[in-house]
Design a protein around this ligand. Structure first.
Ligand code: MN
Length: 227
C-alpha cells in the first residue's frame, strides 16, 4: 500500500520470553481504589466504572527517561497494574474475561493534575491532562502463562527510594474481569488493547531528576527517571 505520508510505526512493548506486543489502544480506569477516590474528593461507593484513553504512542519503555511535559506545574504519578489483551469482543462475560488476557505489566498513568483539575471543574474532557506525549510508562509484558491470573498482591511506588503509594490489587473496586466486562459493553475490545486498571492512594507530584520505582507483586518493577 502506498500512502500520502509514511505509515506510522507500530508501538510495541517487549514481551518476556516472546515477540513484542503491538499496542492498539490504551484504556484507563478512573478511581478504582476507594482510598484514592477519597483523596481525589470523590465518594468511593461502588458507582459504575468510568474510562479515559491515552494514545498508543504515549508508551515509555522501562528503564528510560520520561521527559517532563509542557504546560504543567503538577505532574503526578499513578502506579497501576496493566492488563494486555490477546483477544476481545463486545459484551464479554465476567466468567470469560480472563480468557482474553495475554499478560500483565506495571505502568504509570502520568497525569498533568493541574490540567485535569481545570478540565474537571469546567466539565471539559480530561484528554490533555491524561493523554499527553510520554504519559504511559510501562514495563515489559509478562505472559499470563508465566504469572498466572493476577487478582491480588502488593502494588507500590517509591520516588527517590521513599514510598509514596501502596496498596493491594485485591482492593480494586472493579476487579479485572468486571472491568473487561463493563468496558466491552461500551466499546469492542481487541487484541493489542491495554487496560491501566487504576491507582491506589498516595498520588503526588514529581520533578525533573526524580527516580520512580513501581512494583506489582508477581509481575515486574518499573524504573523511570523524569527528565
Ligand atoms: Mn490512573
Amino acid at each position: 500500500m502506498k500512502y500520502a505520508i509514511p505509515a506510522l510505526p507500530v508501538t510495541a512493548i517487549p514481551v518476556v520470553g516472546g515477540d513484542p506486543f503491538p499496542v492498539r489502544r490504551i484504556y484507563c480506569v478512573g478511581r478504582n481504589y476507594a482510598a484514592h477516590a477519597r483523596e481525589m474528593g470523590s465518594d468511593p461507593t461502588r458507582e459504575d466504572p468510568f474510562f479515559f484513553m491515552k494514545p498508543a504512542d504515549a508508551i515509555v519503555p522501562n528503564n528510560s527517561v520520561m521527559p517532563y511535559p509542557p504546560q504543567t506545574k503538577n505532574l503526578h504519578h499513578e502506579i497501576e497494574l496493566v492488563v494486555a489483551l490477546k483477544s476481545g469482543g463486545a459484551d464479554i462475560a465476567v466468567a470469560k474475561a480472563n480468557d482474553c488476557i495475554f499478560g500483565y505489566a506495571v505502568g504509570l498513568d502520568m497525569t498533568r493534575r493541574d490540567l485535569q483539575g481545570q478540565a474537571r471543574d469546567k466539565g471539559r474532557p480530561w484528554d490533555m491532562g491524561k493523554g499527553f506525549d510520554h504519559s504511559a510508562p510501562c514495563t515489559a509484558i509478562h505472559p499470563v502463562s508465566k504469572t498466572g491470573i493476577v487478582a491480588k498482591g502488593a502494588i507500590w511506588l517509591k520516588v527517590n527510594g521513599k514510598e509514596r503509594q501502596k496498596g493491594d490489587i485485591q482492593d480494586l473496586i472493579w476487579n479485572i474481569p468486571e472491568t473487561i466486562n463493563y468496558l466491552s459493553g461500551l466499546v469492542e475490545l481487541a487484541a493489542g488493547d491495554l487496560i491501566y486498571t487504576g491507582t491506589p492512594e498516595g498520588v503526588a507530584a514529581v520533578v525533573k531528576g526524580d527516580l520512580l520505582e513501581g512494583y506489582v507483586e508477581g509481575v515486574d518493577t518499573l524504573k523511570i527517571t523524569i527528565g
